[in-house]
Design a protein around this ligand. Structure first.
Ligand SMILES: Cc1ncc(COP(=O)(O)O)c(C=O)c1O
Length: 504
């Protein structure tokens, strides 16, 4: 008699493994939809970091997968949940489940999207997505570009293309780049990495709407030319990180055209507005850019790192990035195409276009646009509600999905208000009410909310602003009890504490 015992055992083991896998999968699926009561942030102390580093260290011995996975979950528990419904800090990535699905497929197929020989299917999708994204911005059909890891790399690729296109190598020392006081730090980082010195970067002031001052810019260019400098690159923000402001793109395109400058538009956050039927007009003029950076992991609902660099001068990317070697000579691109390793800084890279394609192809452009509109609605709801409460100021016009606001009760100096707003932000997070971090607007500490989660509802925002106001009043009384004494009125919520009449 042939015993079936081994099979039964194997079957038992398999069944057990399936149960474990199922339980892990169930846990994983909940990661994408944190409940309001879940922690927005969980952070290791310095001591716990040391402890964790000790425990996660691999050694000579194998471990069972379940325990390692459990450890991985503990590791990931210690993070800011950027897709938490009450997380409004940074540019809170809120990936669509479709993006996760696209990622999973991409990871399982593990394509090296370096060249057409190795990745003809995903390269065709990348080419199609570059054309589609370019068309959304109104760039010409000849648009080229590639997917990179994020906005920083997209900005750097564009700066390199501009440098090599416009400047003779002997001019690099005298070259000048124009940015504004709202330009993202990644531009400065890229300029540094590409060999430009700080003195070559001329930072223009911005107006009351945090848009680059075009008159000052023109005067500075004139003066620079008179001094023998070589203006060559103008960087516009299409959705600045601080306030969401959008530079006057047409006016900048006019200057770039007249002065022979390369116009790079940093649209890492704001280029997505072009997908919205309602709000597209705000980015009018982006079609005139020489290059644009755009992030899928910001307002296109992708996971990290999905960045895109687009340019109307695809030949310039090629000139800057094309390389050759005997071991890659044989890799050929079909007629009219270029291997992607010749259009950007990387060689081996994942097929980053796939998950964005899967998302857009499934949802369609219009639905994506509506998801972006929801971000506008939430931010304008926040803006409107903040204005209903006493002692709040809106620090910059709410243009897109970013609101900057400051609690400014009378009787406190600017520095005390800075401290108060910082304390409000910290307490909101400590009490798990919301992650609303601070930024500096014209040098003053200000609360900043970025509302990009398409699943969030306006009622949640209304309720949140109510809570923020209550917490702000209480924090005011807590840290400035003495100042809050004149003129004598008793606070209802904090018995024994005397406050200004207009505090509530
Ligand atoms: C306007 C802007 N540009 C560029 C970047 C850099 O993008 P990444 O973090 O994807 O490198 C950011 C990031 O927040 C940004 O807000």
């Amino acid at each position: 008699m042939v015993s079936n015992e081994p099979e039964e055992k194997a079957g038992d083991g398999l069944f057990q493994l399936m149960l474990e896998a199922e339980s892990v999968l169930t846990q994983l699926l909940t990661l994408n939809s944190p409940a309001p009561s879940d922690s927005i942030v969980q952070k290791l102390s310095a001591h716990e970091i040391q402890d964790m580093q000790h425990h996660v260290m691999p050694d000579e011995h194998p471990r069972d997968l379940t325990s390692v996975l459990q450890q991985a979950m503990t590791v990931f528990d210690n993070r800011m949940r950027l897709n938490h419904p009450n997380c409004f800090s940074y540019m809170p990535a809120c990936p669509s489940s479709l993006a996760h699905l696209g990622d999973l497929l991409t990871s399982l197929c593990n394509v090296n999207a370096v060249s057409w020989d190795v990745s003809s299917g995903p390269s065709a999708v990348e080419k199609a997505m570059i054309a589609w994204l370019g068309a959304q911005l109104g760039l010409p059909e000849s648009v080229g570009g590639c997917f990179v890891s994020g906005g920083s790399m997209a900005n750097m690729a564009a700066i390199i293309a501009a440098r090599d296109e416009i400047l003779h190598p002997t001019q690099r020392r005298d070259a000048v780049i124009y940015i504004s006081d709202q330009t993202h730090i990644s531009i400065l980082k890229a300029l540094h990495m590409t060999g430009f010195m700080e003195y070559q970067v001329h930072k223009m002031p911005t107006d009351d709407e945090f848009r680059i001052d075009v008159d000052v810019l023109q005067r500075t260019i004139n003066a620079d030319r008179k001094s023998g400098l070589v203006p060559f690159l103008l960087v516009a923000s299409c959705g600045s990180t601080n306030t969401g402001s959008i530079d006057p793109l047409h006016a900048l395109a006019d200057i770039a055209r007249d002065e022979g400058l390369w116009l790079h538009v940093d649209g890492a956050y704001g280029a997505s507005i072009a997908l919205s039927d309602k709000h597209r007009y705000l980015v009018d003029g982006i079609s005139r850019a020489d290059s644009v950076s755009w992030d899928g992991h910001k307002w296109l609902f992708q996971t990290y790192g999905c960045g895109i660099v687009l340019t109307r001068h695809v030949g310039s990317l090629l000139r800057s990035f094309a390389v050759d070697a005997e071991y890659i000579n044989s890799v050929s691109a079909p007629q009219g195409n270029t291997n992607f390793y010749n259009l950007g800084p990387e060689l081996s890279r994942p097929a980053r276009a796939m998950s964005l394609w899967l998302t857009v192809k499934t949802l369609g452009r219009r639905r994506m646009g509506e998801m972006i509109d929801q971000g506008f609605l939430l931010a304008h709801t926040a803006d409107h509600n903040i204005r209903q409460y006493k002692n709040w100021t809106i620090a910059a016009p709410t243009v897109a999905s970013i609101v900057v606001f400051r609690y400014a009760p009378r009787g406190l100096g600017e520095e005390d208000l800075d401290a108060l707003n910082k304390a409000i932000s910290q307490r909101l997070l400590a009490e798990n009410v919301a992650s609303i971090l601070t930024t500096k607007i014209r040098g003053r500490t200000t609360l900043r909310m970025c509302t990009m989660n398409p699943l969030a509802r306006t009622e949640t925002i209304e309720d949140l602003i109510f809570q923020v106001d209550k917490l702000a009043q209480s924090e005011h009384h807590k840290i400035f009890p003495k100042i809050a004494k004149v003129p004598h009125t008793l606070c209802q919520e904090c018995p024994g504490i005397e406050v200004f009449e207009d505090v509530h």
